[in-house]
Every structure is written in structure tokens, then in C-alpha cells.
Design a protein around this ligand. Structure first.
Ligand SMILES: O=C(O)c1cc(C(=O)O)c2c(n1)C(=O)C(=O)c1cc(C(=O)O)[nH]c1-2
Length: 237
């Protein structure tokens, strides 16, 4: 897709327009938020998404490694602490493991990746690889899907509390923490991208990076959807 964007407003507009391709619109998420997923489907999603969670700090470490700007690194490093945890806070990976336990999975079966399907692995690895090999500003731009995440996270929290009552609500802490972390992170990423992407070419590359990331998230759900199909009640679809 070739995009010609010039001024600041149309650049922000082009970035925000990627929300149309965000994975909140994926049929698997629609079913999740309507309370229509079975227990094995929720478990399959949690176990596969753990592979994403596990790899986010490696992706962010790749961005740090490629970024020559000390001010950006000082703020970006927070993301690694948020996921890996510190002496004072256990972090997102631990919170996701607790979500899995609340949904009936063991830590062992999440860590050993036995449920991770090839499409999830390919999509997540492509994201980490993108951050390793592309210019760091493009990698920052690819994280901007988080602009669209808070609405989905709030909807997901409501859906889990209402429909999936077999999951202990204490397990939902991960989603709650992202309600504040995602806006903070995306605000910083947007600042960086606005500062560094001035020419039409740079701006088009930032939009392309965000589009790539939307494909990563979408592909993961395609793979999960296929691996954990809905059971067909009385063969009516
Ligand atoms: O559950 C979701 O829908 C969702 C989406 C995204 C996203 O939009 O990239 C992230 C997360 N969760 C998330 O939990 C997370 O830590 C995260 C980090 C990033 C990133 O690209 O750096 N995206 C996301």
C-alpha cells in the first residue's frame, strides 16, 4: 500500500485510520467479547497469547539496542520493567501466568509452549525480527497499535466479568494494568514518531510499520481461531 502523507494532521489521521485494521474487529475477538467462546477456546487464546507476552520485552530490548537517543531509551526501558517485573512489582508476564492459572492452565504448559501453534509463532517472531532489523523509529511506530488497545481492553474486562465467570476475577489484573500502561506507552511512542518522521517518505514508512503490526496481531488470531474452532451445535453452521 502506497501512502502519501505530508502535514502533521494528515499523518496522525493516517496512523489513526489503521484502527480499522485493528484486531478488535477480528471475528475471534468479536466472539470473545460477546461471550460466545468455549472454555478450550479461551484457554487456547491465553496459552498462545502468552508467547506474545513473553516476547514483548525482547522486542523492546531490540528497540533499545538500536536507539541512539538516551532520552528515548530512558523512557522506553520502563516497558521492559513493566513486563519482566522488578523487585517491587511482579510485572505483566507474571500477571499473564496468573490469568492462565485462573483459566485452568498450569504455568508449565504456558512456559513450555506446547499449545503455541505455528501461526502464532511466525507472527510473534516476525514482530521481534522487525524490531531487530528495521530502523528503530519504524519499530517504535509499529507499537502504536496500543493507541487502539484501551477500548478493546475495557470491553474485554466487561466481557470476562460478565460471561466467563468460571475465571477467577483476580486473574484479570493484567487487563486492568494495561488500561493505564497502554495510553502512557502509546503517547510516548506517538511523540517519538511525530518528532522523527517529518518527510512524506518517513511518515509513509511509519504508517506501513503500523500496518505490518496490525497484520501480526490479525494473523495470530487467524491461527488461534483455526486451531480452536467453535463446536458446531447440531450441525447448524
Ligand atoms: O490484548 C491486546 O489486545 C493487546 C494488544 C496490544 C497491541 O495492540 O499491540 C498489546 C497488548 N495487548 C499487550 O498486552 C502488550 O503488552 C503490548 C505491547 C505492545 C507493543 O507493541 O509494544 N502491544 C501490546
Amino acid at each position: 500500500m502506497k501512502l502519501v502523507v505530508s502535514d502533521t494532521e494528515s499523518f496522525i489521521g493516517a496512523l489513526r485510520a489503521q484502527s480499522q485494521r485493528y484486531h478488535s474487529r477480528h471475528p475471534f475477538h468479536e466472539m470473545m467479547n460477546e461471550g460466545r467462546l468455549s472454555r478450550p477456546q479461551i484457554q487456547g487464546w491465553v496459552a498462545n497469547r502468552f508467547y506474545y507476552q513473553e516476547n514483548i520485552p525482547r522486542k523492546d530490548a531490540a528497540i533499545l539496542a538500536n536507539c541512539p537517543d538516551r532520552e528515548v531509551r530512558r523512557r522506553w526501558i520502563r516497558r521492559i520493567h513493566d513486563h519482566d517485573g522488578t523487585a517491587d512489582s511482579e510485572g505483566g508476564i507474571e500477571a499473564w501466568l496468573r490469568l492462565g492459572e485462573a483459566a485452568g492452565l498450569t504455568r508449565e504448559e504456558m512456559w513450555d509452549e506446547r499449545h503455541v501453534v505455528p501461526g502464532t509463532r511466525f507472527a510473534v517472531d516476525a514482530y521481534v525480527n522487525f524490531a531487530r532489523t528495521r530502523p528503530w523509529v519504524e519499530a517504535v511506530a509499529s507499537s502504536l497499535t496500543e493507541l487502539f488497545a484501551p477500548d478493546l481492553m475495557a470491553e474485554r474486562l466487561r466481557a470476562f466479568e460478565r460471561f466467563y465467570t468460571w475465571i477467577d476475577p483476580a486473574g484479570l489484573a493484567y487487563f486492568r494494568s494495561r488500561l493505564t500502561q497502554a495510553p502512557r506507552d502509546s503517547e510516548h511512542a506517538l511523540e517519538v514518531v511525530m518528532e522523527h518522521c517529518r518527510t512524506p517518505d518517513e511518515q509513509a514508512r511509519a504508517v506501513a510499520a503500523l500496518s505490518f503490526k496490525s497484520d501480526v496481531l490479525w494473523s495470530m488470531l487467524d491461527a488461534i481461531d483455526r486451531a480452536y474452532p467453535s463446536s458446531t451445535p447440531q450441525g447448524d453452521h
